[in-house]
Write a protein that binds this ligand. Structure first.
Ligand code: NAD
Ligand code: ZN
Length: 384
């Protein structure tokens, strides 16, 4: 008899603590030794010491790894892994942006692989993620993005999802304005791609709609005034909420294209996503054609969420795109890739390879419209 396996599910493995005092939750952690993974800016800003002190109050001694760099390379993971083994940690704390959290996830992922080749089952340390950008949502996802030989590789594995996320918006008050814009747009793209994903459900829709509303209502305010605690809290929440959605739905070609482009031209993840967003929506919704399929319907629903006219799928999609453009303008995001100073012939020469890489990216299968390599090249060209 054939057995049907029901795969529809919504999973959230991470316990989330939030408000601008929540870092103090570290005083209540159970464990004996911690490895803290971070980049040097967390040390400069004093957050690292706060973490060490709070853990000390729980009776936990800390070893610190501050070797994280943006878009972490496998060599950084290897350095962190060495320290992890030496430290004998039963608690792993990542404090920083997506790069720090993904480095900690990389350490977990590769250590488990090594141990399993030796026939051992790795005991998972208590994994705590404290985002200092808002953000990647990495504090609640089972995704990690690691650079290997110049290419961004997406790892997806339940084992690397944090056990605890601490959202303390005091940690994001000194984020440079450009990074606020980049990471804020990244949140939007996570929520949008999760909403139009082939794996979207009622559960993830609710999260995406809320996240998108929070970003539209608060990102510009936070961008202009990082002392506005209310806006800061809301944007950090939006980032985490979008993470809860996309860890269940996967993402789409906006991310696939951004991984390949950002990895090659060293453009930040959020900015890469921002510059590709309009052309990706146009492609997914088939605005050049009938504009009446699934993706156009979903974008039009998002227009309704923002109370924009959406009498037809095309009208809704166009109005949603216009709202996104206005928001990006207010965050001083460039209009196109050319404005970043990337040379045209260098860009053209890279296109074949970029499109091939993007096609194979782990975010592509859940995109609402399956692209060809030529489609992806055309999207890149449109964004230049
Ligand atoms: N795992 C996931 O689910 C996921 C999702 C999206 C993106 N990513 C990956 O995450 C990485 C990007 O992460 P990000 O956008 O958070 O940036 P990031 O971690 O690379 O940090 C960007 C810059 O901001 C600085 N910074 C971070 N926090 C700061 C603070 N509080 N104050 C001042 N400066 C601060 C960092 O030192 C760095 O120079 C990319 O590699 C991307 O591919 C992962
Ligand atoms: Zn992203």
């Amino acid at each position: 008899m054939e057995v049907t396996i029901i795969e529809d599910q919504f999973i959230l493995k991470t316990k989330v603590f939030f408000n601008n005092q929540s870092l103090q939750y570290l005083k209540k952690i159970t464990g004996s030794r911690a490895l803290i993974v971070s980049d040097s800016i967390m040390e400069t800003l004093g957050y690292l010491q706060e973490v060490i002190d709070y853990l000390q109050e729980s009776g936990i001694t800390s070893t610190v790894f501050t070797g994280v760099r943006p878009d972490p390379d496998v060599s950084i993971i290897a350095d962190g892994l060495k320290l992890y083994r030496e430290s004998g940690a039963d608690v792993l704390v990542a404090i920083g942006g997506g790069s720090a959290i993904d480095t900690a996830k990389g350490i977990l992922y590769f250590e488990r692989k090594f141990e399993s080749t030796e026939g051992k089952e790795m005991p998972k340390p208590l994994f705590i993620a404290i985002p200092s950008t808002s953000g990647t949502g990495s504090e609640v996802t089972d995704f990690s993005v690691i650079t290997s030989e110049g290419e961004k590789v997406v790892i997806i594995d339940e084992f690397i999802a944090p056990d605890i996320a601490i959202l303390d918006s005091t940690c994001i008050q000194h984020v440079p304005q450009r990074v606020v814009a980049d990471t804020g747009i990244d949140v939007l793209v996570h929520a949008i791609e999760a909403y139009v994903s082939t794996k979207a459900t009622d559960f993830t829709d609710a999260l995406c709609e809320k996240s998108i509303k929070l970003i539209f209502e608060n990102l510009e305010t936070f961008f202009k005034d990082s002392k506005n605690t209310q806006a800061r809290d809301r944007v950090l929440n939006a980032s985490c909420i979008a993470g809860m959605a996309f860890t269940n739905t996967g993402l789409g070609i906006n991310h696939s294209l951004a991984h390949a482009f950002g990895g090659t031209f060293h453009i930040s993840h959020g900015r890469s996503n921002a510059l590709l967003l309009d052309a990706v929506i146009e492609f997914n919704a088939n605005l050049g054609g009938s504009a009446d399929g699934y993706a156009a319907d979903r974008y039009a629903k998002l227009a309704e969420v923002l109370k924009l006219p959406a009498r037809t799928r095309r009208e809704g999609t166009v109005n949603f795109m216009l709202a996104l453009k206005r928001l990006k303008k207010s965050l001083k995001v460039e209009d196109n890739i050319r404005s970043l100073g990337i040379n045209q012939s260098e860009f053209e020469d890279a296109l074949e390879q970029l499109a091939e890489t993007a096609l194979l990216d782990r975010c592509t299968p859940t995109n609402p419209r399956q692209p060809s390599k030529q489609d992806l090249i055309r999207i890149y060209q449109k964004c230049y």
